[in-house]
Design a protein. Sequence first.
Length: 262
Amino acid sequence: MIRRLKPLAGRAALASLFALGPVLAPALARAAEGEVEIPKAGFSFSSPIGTFDRAALQRGAQVYMQVCANCHSLHQLYYRNLTQIGLPEAMVQAAAASVEVSGAPDDNGQVNPRPGRPSDRFRAPFPNENAARVANNGALPPDLSVIAKAREGGADYLHALLVGYADPPEGVNLPDGMHYNKYFPGHMIAMPKPLNEGQVEFADGTKATEDQMSRDVATFLAWAAEPNLETRRAMGIKILIFLVVLAGLAYAVKRRVWADLH
């Protein structure tokens, strides 16, 4: 009897493994790749009712325009959108005017550059993808408009990536043009370390450490990817309050209507 049960038990175990395969496969694959856990940065907007820190947004915009904009575009954002993070209109106009964009063709069909306006999109650093690749050893710097939504981990991943540059471990040889990063998949990234302490001078006097600049620009890019986040959350809270009140009224009416029948 025992001998006959052993094959059945084996087949049951095998069937269980097949059933759990789709569940276990991603975890096993991540373990095999040596995936590194992204640390939580504790952003103010991370909780379901969190909001953006306006000072951090303004500092992050400064980091983007002074550092990141040299290689990365922000095509979905207009300069006028910066007023939504608390920047005065005059400062937004000055930021737009600090770059040159393509103007309308003149009578001879020539397209001449002109100073930017608040109604312009953020200027792209390169005229096309081929030019971007040539300037970056074949790598194409991604547009950062929705990068916080496109990468697993969002702002936490962006912050970790920016502070994750380090010397490669002993025995690890990097190809030419590649850099070691603790939090980038595969640990080899074509982008050189973009931020160094004191690289920018914040208008509010905040010390521009590598961690501070990384947090601020990650906050700014999270807002750029979802500028209506706070509005949606506020609306959601109002709807929940309305539903709670409605449920209470419905219960009270039910008790009143059925009171005489008990």
